[in-house]
Ligand binder design. Structure first.
Ligand code: KG4
Ligand code: ZN
Length: 334
């Protein structure tokens, strides 16, 4: 069964053709990052307008690269929540139009569920149940995935998401948007013990995270140095910050894995591309004999192959959208 996936939740317009939730026939992503970089972050109105301009061409290219026409497609999967509302509406309305004109079933897909599904594309043998750390720009969750469409949140961030904290810390050090990837790169050359940063815990909630204090600690260090006319070594500060974030992630996830007696761990979302995230979870899982799945780098960020992959399992579970489908800026993954 071939699904056409459509994604427009933030600053990437994407379309893809995926077979049976596992085989990628095409995966086209048009990124708007260069334009948003001028403003230091995503400008929602610009994002919506660029999606409107790009979505038809991106979809045509995805069909063409897959060697298909709409006649070869069995269903359309679209991201409908969560994300920037104006951006989501472009994909949702485009997908509704396609569904209406072709008669193909329309499957609504939750963005974070689709990030998890990127692992079904990278790891053909992966099946639920497993525990998943979802680390993106807008969310940080520990999710118990009991089946392809059944999920329970075990822990989440109380303030900033991990990706957001990476981006804000990077911005305060003068790196361009989105800073997470730049901070990660420069941290590779730094000493992660150079600065002593807080490792915030949420009292009474062992699986929850809090990253905003950590981000503020970095900003305060930079301000204090600036006032004294000093400059701080950005590679050491990046390495220390990255170490603190990753220590918080690994500590809570390890506790949750042990408490739930799980032996399969999956990482998903943009921050799963982080080098230290990948190295540390790899080390922990090897030591404990747990299976670890992380998406290949090209599937860590927003794309539509993951939407089509999750859409397949949502289709099998009976999910169908009507022409009344609306986009939603916030929605739980459960
Ligand atoms: O999942 P994603 O593409 O979009 C959302 O759904 O939010 O995640 C984007 C986030 C951004 O905050 C970006 O800076 C972060 O993922 N990111 C990274 C790295 N690559 C992307 N953060 C740290 N290290 C990286 N290598
Ligand atoms: Zn995302």
């Amino acid at each position: 069964m071939k699904l056409l996936g459509i994604e427009s939740s933030c600053d990437e317009t994407a379309a893809a053709v995926v077979e049976d939730g596992r085989i990628i026939h095409s995966n086209v992503v048009a990124s708007q990052i260069a334009e948003h970089r001028l403003y230091g972050g995503v400008v929602p109105e610009i994002a919506s307008r660029r999606h409107s301009e790009a979505i038809v061409g991106v979809t045509e290219e995805a069909l063409q690269q897959a060697g298909c026409t709409l006649r070869d497609i069995d269903a359309i999967a679209v991201t409908y929540a969560p994300g920037l509302i104006g951006a989501l509406l472009v994909g949702v309305n485009f997908a509704k139009g396609l569904s209406l004109s072709t008669g193909l079933p329309l499957i609504p897909v939750h963005h974070l569920r689709s990030h998890i599904a990127s692992n079904y594309l990278s790891h053909p043998e992966l099946e639920p149940p497993f525990l998943c750390l979802v680390v993106s720009g807008g969310h940080t969750h520990i999710v118990q995935v009991t089946d392809y469409t059944k999920m329970k949140i075990i822990g989440c961030t109380r303030d900033d998401a991990a990706g957001e904290a990476f981006d804000k810390a990077a911005r305060s050090m003068g790196m361009p948007y989105p800073g997470g990837v730049h901070l990660d790169e420069i941290a590779e050359t730094g000493d992660d013990h150079a600065f002593s940063l807080p490792h915030p815990k949420v009292s009474g909630a062992p699986y929850d995270f809090s990253f905003s204090g950590l981000k503020t600690a970095v900003i305060n260090l930079l301000h204090n140095a600036q006032q004294k006319g000093q400059t701080l070594p950005v590679n050491d500060l990046s390495a220390s910050f990255r170490r603190a974030v990753v220590d918080c992630l690994t500590k809570n996830v390890t506790k949750a894995m042990e408490a739930l007696s799980m032996d399969k761990l999956v990482i998903a979302g943009g921050v799963s591309a982080n080098r230290l995230v990948r190295r540390e979870f790899d080390r922990i899982c090897r030591e404990r004999g747990w299976t670890l799945c992380v998406p290949e780098l090209s599937l860590c960020g927003d794309n539509a192959a993951m939407v089509a992959a999750q859409g397949y399992y949502e289709f099998l579970s009976g999910s169908r959208a009507t022409m009344g489908l609306n986009a939603c800026a916030a929605m739980t993954i459960e």
